[in-house]
Design a protein around this ligand. Structure first.
Ligand SMILES: [Zn+2]
Length: 351
């Protein structure tokens, strides 16, 4: 089968590898129908050290169950499934608390071979991991591929954006700033809208993206960064900042901006994968404002039940974050396009 591997910074290849087989009785094999490239895949694209063996890429995919291990009982062959970006058993105490990313038996795809950007994926802990799209949706899934991009977002970006907004406390009467106009930031805007936030300020400078943010419900766009951006947000909020600040970038500038525009008593929710160390924690940051810090890696498996209905009834189209769709053979160009910001998010299709 064909699979996407990375061999070092900027070195993405599509190679032939053996199809995965059931290894443990709790595994399933999924034939991938759609996969995609994540903003976090760009981190190794920038700095991975050269590797002779390379590593399998990808952790977001949807598809059809082709085979199951002998202990798999809930998931069946032929089921159309959403695969969250981490696998989890669904039974340990963390899974039961809705924190599947901390599962005692969890992990990531491709630790020993191809991962989610491939024709087939071995999914460990299949019963806990895979979300079976309900029967009444199968007609739409088979017959109307327009739903597929929306369903694909549930494996990571939509759940991550929702996690940010939900943990931050977005709700009626609350004001929210989202820092970052990438796919996660834009879906945090959509989620804040769905949770009823009153004012949603999107900080981003790429107009096609911020325009989509407005369609997702942003009430204001702040294109400036740094001190100017802080001033603009304060002006829009009577000088106080917002109740909720969502940081969906992961660099230090975004983090410090977020601290400055947080309203006293507010909640700072982080979902940008941190690319820096030594964040300021002193008197002038959360302490003086009585701010709360939350967010983190999103247990997206926990949110699918809640987010799926609006997709199936057509009232939410999170899949609009995919602005390019390419075959798996063109994956190297997809990475390049996302890296150069020609594309917001790239979807991979399969023959
Ligand atoms: Zn677990």
């Amino acid at each position: 089968m064909r699979a996407v591997y990375m061999y070092g910074a900027g070195d993405v290849r599509v190679i032939d590898v053996p199809e995965p087989a059931i290894k443990n009785p709790t595994d399933a094999i999924v034939r991938v129908v759609r996969s995609c490239i994540c903003g976090s895949d760009l981190h190794p694209y920038h700095r991975m050290k050269p590797s002779e063996t390379g590593r399998g890429m990808g952790h977001e995919f949807i598809g059809v169950v082709e085979d199951i291990g002998s202990d798999v009982s809930r998931v069946r062959k032929g089921d159309f499934v959403i695969a969250p970006f981490k696998y989890s058993d669904g039974t340990c105490e963390f899974c039961q608390e809705g924190l599947q990313t901390s599962c005692r038996h969890g992990g990531g795809y491709g630790e020993d071979g191809p991962a989610g950007q491939a024709e087939f994926v071995r999914v460990p802990q299949a019963d806990g991991t895979l979300y079976v799209v309900p029967n009444n949706a199968s007609v739409h899934v088979d017959g109307d591929s327009k739903l597929l991009p929306d369903l694909l977002t549930l494996s990571d970006v939509y759940g991550t954006g929702f996690h940010a907004a939900y943990k931050g406390g977005a709700a009626p009467g609350k004001t929210v700033t989202v820092i970052g106009d990438g796919a996660v930031g834009l879906l945090a805007v959509l989620s804040a809208t769905q949770l009823g936030a009153e004012q949603i300020i999107l900080m981003g400078r790429h107009q096609t993206r911020t325009n989509l943010g407005k369609e997702f419900g942003a009430t204001h766009v702040v294109p400036e960064r740094g001190a100017e951006g802080v001033e603009h947000v304060k002006k829009l909020t009577g000088g106080d900042g917002t109740h909720v600040v969502i940081e969906a970038v992961g660099n230090e500038d975004a983090y410090t901006t977020g601290l400055e525009i947080l309203r006293p008593g507010g909640t700072f929710s982080r979902v940008g994968v941190p690319q820096f160390k030594g964040a300021p924690e002193g008197f002038d940051t959360l302490f003086w404002k009585n701010g709360t810090m939350t967010g983190g890696v999103a247990p997206v498996r926990a949110y699918i039940d809640r987010l799926l209905p609006a997709i199936l009834n057509g009232s939410a189209h999170p899949g609009r974050v995919f602005d390019r769709s390419i075959g798996i053979e063109d994956a190297p160009d997809g990475y390049r396009a996302m890296d150069q910001r020609e594309s917001l998010k790239v979807q991979l299709t399969f023959p």
